[in-house]
Design a protein around this ligand. Sequence first.
Ligand SMILES: [Zn+2]
Length: 86
Amino acid sequence: MNELCPSCGLPFSREEGYFTGAMYISYTLAVAGIAAIAALLYLTVASRWSLTAVLAAASVLFTPLVPASFRFARVLWIHIDRTLEP
Ligand SMILES: [Zn+2]
């Protein structure tokens, strides 16, 4: 990750452990994404599967989205932090 934004010069890491809060956002995004995929699976092809099987399949299908979710969580964290403490 860049230390400064190449466009505006904003320092991304303001202090040690700055992005710890982004982990909570990332977790929330993952839970929401897996729940959405599980619901979609259940409504389409997996209506007779057990809940465990549906959640396992949804987790596997969500795995390729983890890098995007990780970065999006950091972006959201920076926006929340800049809004609350400019
Ligand atoms: Zn910028």
